[in-house]
Write a protein that binds this ligand. Structure first.
Ligand code: SF4
Length: 337
């Protein structure tokens, strides 16, 4: 699908056009991904950050309690998540080169990799050599959002720290794919700018990468801005209907790409989106470091909306006629076969 065709899917639609779009997205998701939804858990390892992002609870200037987990604490949180059946783990942190260094991440990856089917990181961007080292330690996936492709808005919300530089961040996606890591998660933070323009820019970015790195796996995600410690006023709120249209449009435009949905969205909406295009969902998420074993409201990045337990979410997926997948898709497939 070219950019013009994709933009046509983003246009305001009549009710019958919307229903048609959703039905096409459902059918294609079923054809490509079967009746499965992969469940994963984010593990917040640090809320320390040297960056000022005006929309984020971890932003440098926010006077919140800061914490970076020790390696031992990370292992205990991970063990808790393993007991909850998770085998896909996403390590998340603020951007702090000293507290969340490549050495710290490597050590954690080496210890966790044998215990999990997949180990992803959503931390500061690194150079190609560092990503290669992390890959050798067991990291198999990097999540790196541009946040917004609107350069003016990018400059107005990223005020200080390394993330201030738009070009440098956008180039980091290539560093990931040149390093040996085969899976890249991309995304936009919905609410910062016009969602249709953002979606188009993300689509173009992904097409460009795919042309060059055609062997890589890509996922997309569209977190909507949530209340946080910054009290940031959302400049371009995105409605539920537009959000659903965006997901369905991406499914049709990129049939093979995974679409990831977080617990930022309400339980009701998440249940509606099961089967529409989403292929991976987080479940039972805590957004503060150490929050699974020691919940602490003061350390959170943002409020989650869907606060159901992993088991409850698993049952919700089954109620939609789909199978929740906790572990490696291939081994699950082998068991089914
Ligand atoms: S969005 Fe990331 S880089 Fe920006 S303040 Fe929050 S944690 Fe730091």
């Amino acid at each position: 699908m070219n950019v013009q065709q994709f933009q046509n899917l983003l246009k305001p639609l009549t009710e019958s056009e919307r229903l048609h779009l959703f039905q096409s997205a459902r059918t294609l998701t079923r054809q490509r991904f079967g009746r499965t939804i992969q469940l994963f858990a984010p593990l917040y390892i640090s809320n320390e950050c040297v960056v000022t992002c005006t929309y984020c609870g971890f932003s440098r200037q926010n006077k919140i309690e800061r914490k970076t987990l020790t390696v031992d604490e990370v292992l205990k949180e991970a063990e808790y998540l393993r007991q909850q059946r998770f085998r896909h783990l996403l390590l998340v942190s603020g951007e702090h080169p000293k507290q969340v260094s490549p050495e710290y991440l490597s050590l954690i990856a080496q210890k966790l990799r044998p215990l999990f089917a997949s180990l992803a990181i959503e931390v500061a961007p690194f150079d190609k050599e560092t990503y290669s080292r992390l890959c050798a330690s067991g990291v198999d996936r990097v999540v790196l959002y541009q946040e917004t492709y609107d350069r003016l808005q990018y400059a107005s919300v990223h005020l200080a720290g390394p993330k201030k530089f738009y070009e440098k961040r956008i180039q980091s996606a290539e560093a990931v794919l040149q390093s040996g890591i085969r899976s890249l998660g991309m995304g936009i933070l919905l609410g910062l700018s016009d969602w249709r323009a953002e979606a188009t820019a993300l689509f173009e970015h992904l097409l460009g990468l795919r042309k060059k790195y055609w062997r890589a796996d890509y996922t997309v995600s569209f977190p909507r801005l949530r209340p946080c410690a910054s009290d940031f006023a959302i400049p371009h709120p995105v409605s539920d209907d537009d959000f659903k249209q965006l997901i369905a449009a991406f499914r049709l435009a990129l049939p093979e790409a995974g679409i990831v949905l977080s617990t930022r969205e309400s339980a009701t909406l998440r249940d509606e989106l099961i089967g529409l295009g989403v292929t991976q969902m987080s479940a039972g998420s805590r957004t503060e470091p150490g929050g699974y074993l020691h919940p602490d409201q003061a350390l959170k990045q943002f409020e989650t909306e869907d606060q159901r337990s992993p088991e409850e979410i698993s049952r919700a997926v089954q109620a939609k006629g789909l199978e929740p997948v906790w572990k490696d898709e291939e081994s699950t497939l082998m068991e089914v076969l």
